[in-house]
Design a protein around this ligand. Structure first.
Ligand SMILES: O=C(O)CCC(=O)C(=O)O
Ligand SMILES: [Fe+2]
Length: 238
């Protein structure tokens, strides 16, 4: 990704400034500046920022997730897709639910991620096509072993996001996300899953894991994807 290539896009963006009046009202209220995030991705392939999303939105999303749990709408996560889709408690122990915009909190979050997708495409020419994301609830004792977020032989997931929803996370609760250096495979940093913290990285490049959590741990994991069906491969549903 070469920022020198960006000047034309930036120039065009100045000629055609975004129309805030055309954005969903929720996105306007919660609008955030993605400059640091873009710089982080360009410089080091990852970005981590505490308090990146408003506490009120995180609280609404957390309440939404708890409602889904009460409705028994969370299911054990699998790994892989299609025929290779496996339930794998030895690899990961979270319960998930894909966001579909069913509630105002979900719509607000999805609108923000749409803004981020447009920004990534405008600034970095990533050609991102869509965003998919799920709530994830890790019960005490669960984890997600070290992995990268792309399926074997497929690279449709380009940028990963993780937003944490746990107000007042304590050090004793553990459950950090550990990012690894893709070259040396040494740990880079541990991110506590405190509400409002956003993590963003290049999906294929950065190995990461969820260390065993001592407390229930809530998050939204998401992926900006390119459209594989444009490359002659039919993209199966999740
Ligand atoms: O919740 C996290 O910190 C990371 C989750 C993750 O790696 C994934 O769902 O692929
Ligand atoms: Fe992951």
């Amino acid at each position: 990704m070469n920022r020198h290539l960006l000047s034309t896009a930036q120039h065009l963006a100045q000629l055609n400034p975004p129309r805030p009046d055309l954005l969903a009202p929720a996105a306007q209220e919660n609008s955030i500046c993605f400059d640091q995030l873009i710089d982080g991705l360009v410089a080091q392939q990852w970005f981590v920022a505490p308090n990146y999303l408003p506490a009120a939105l995180c609280a609404d999303l957390y309440a939404d997730l708890q409602q889904l749990r009460q409705q028994q709408a969370l299911a054990p996560a699998g790994i892989g897709r299609g025929q290779q889709h496996l339930h794998a408690e030895t690899v990961r122990g979270d319960l998930t639910h894909w966001l579909d915009g069913a509630t105002p909190a979900q719509r607000t979050y999805l609108a923000l991620m749409r803004e981020l997708k447009d920004t990534l495409n405008r600034e970095l020419f990533l050609g991102l096509f869509e965003y998919e994301c799920h709530y994830a609830l890790y019960p005490p004792g669960s984890f997600y072993k070290k992995h990268v977020d792309s399926f074997r032989g497929r690279s449709n997931r380009v940028v990963t996001t993780v937003l944490y929803l746990n107000a007042n996370w304590q050090e004793k609760d553990a459950g950090e996300m550990r990012l690894y250096d893709p070259e040396t495979q040494q740990p880079l940093l541990d991110v506590p899953p405190q509400a409002g913290t956003l993590v963003c990285f290049l999906s294929e490049h950065l190995p990461h894991e969820v260390l065993p959590t001592q407390a229930e741990r809530a998050s939204i994991a998401g992926w900006f994807r390119i459209n594989n069906s444009l490359q002659g491969v039919i993209d199966p549903p999740s």
